[in-house]
Design a binder for this molecule. Structure first.
Ligand SMILES: NC(=O)c1ccc[n+]([C@@H]2O[C@H](COP(=O)([O-])OP(=O)(O)OC[C@H]3O[C@@H](n4cnc5c(N)ncnc54)[C@H](OP(=O)(O)O)[C@@H]3O)[C@@H](O)[C@H]2O)c1
Length: 255
């Protein structure tokens, strides 16, 4: 692993790849926490230049500083919930080889107690916001670039309160199909994780919830962050995989 001291963070994306590097960067939207952060750490440790994004400048800078790598990890701050501001925030990002869209704000919604503001927030984030990031960066995607979107399995395995999440997961699935065609030859895929048992989101949830899913998973355990990262890297870096919505759930959907 590279020395931690080799890293440096900045909330300013301007100097990205202006220092003689030929390859584009790996941009991870939602890279300050959870799976996105683990993916950023993995690519940085492999010597890639990485940009992470989040909503808060200080949190994003701190996360970037915490990542060890050969090249400085850059921090870039914007809120996917304000898509009209995204292009400006990304203005100074240079060439991009890999683009990961993983940010999420959780929503619990049902028709009987419909919270339109919460629903609009998640729809904006994952559908309009994700698409606007791709729109803004499209001219900077290298010809061999690839994109991975994060969805989830609530589309096919709904639960009480998943109305917006299920809808948005379906939207991500559709986005992959249209973008893989529209952006060709740039590859576009999505990963749909099952319950990622060791992800921070689940850390303080009742163990019974996780146990119920584990008991139903043919693998006999929940999937892990490292396994999701490994699958995301496969989608990003395998030159033949395109237009795929990949379930990584240990077989949960089969039962
Ligand atoms: N964890 C699971 O079990 C699971 C299961 C199925 C699907 N997934 C999907 O996998 C992806 C990663 O999940 P995770 O659990 O690792 O996420 P997480 O730990 O909750 O991290 C969410 C990330 O999104 C960023 N973010 C949140 N709201 C944002 C906004 N409005 N604008 C820009 N960035 C925003 C956060 O950054 P800041 O807080 O710094 O702004 C953070 O970096 C998500 O898309 C999720 O839907 C996860």
């Amino acid at each position: 692993m590279p020395e931690r001291g080799a890293t440096k963070s900045s909330s300013d994306c301007t100097s990205l790849y202006r220092d003689g590097m030929e390859a584009g960067s790996t941009v991870i939207v939602g890279g300050t926490a959870g799976i996105g952060l683990r993916l950023a750490e993995t690519y940085a440790a492999r010597g890639h230049a990485v940009v992470i994004t989040g909503r808060d400048e200080q949190r994003c800078g701190t996360a970037a500083e915490s990542i060890a790598g050969e090249h400085p990890v850059r921090a870039c701050t914007f809120d996917l919930g304000s898509p009209e501001l995204i292009a400006l925030a990304l203005q100074s990002v240079g060439a991009v080889d890999r683009l990961v869209l993983g940010a999420v704000e959780r929503d619990e919604n049902s028709v009987s107690s419909y919270d339109m503001a919460r629903a609009l927030r998640l729809v904006t984030l994952k559908l309009v916001g994700y698409t606007e990031v791709i729109h803004a960066l499209a001219p900077r995607l290298t010809p061999h670039a690839s994109i991975v979107l994060f969805g989830g399995l609530a589309m096919r395995r709904p639960y009480p309160g998943s109305t917006t999440v299920s809808t948005v997961n379906g939207g991500v699935t559709g986005l992959v199909h249209t973008l893989a065609v529209e952006l060709a030859p740039i590859r576009v895929n999505a990963i749909h994780p099952g319950i990622v048992g060791d992800s921070p989101y689940w850390a303080d949830k009742p163990p019974a919830v996780l146990e119920a899913v584990r008991a139903r998973t043919p693998l006999g355990r929940l999937v892990t962050m490292d396994e999701i990262v490994d699958a995301a890297i496969f989608l990003l870096d395998n030159g033949a995989v395109n237009g795929i919505n990949l379930d990584v759930d240990g077989g949960w959907l089969l039962t």
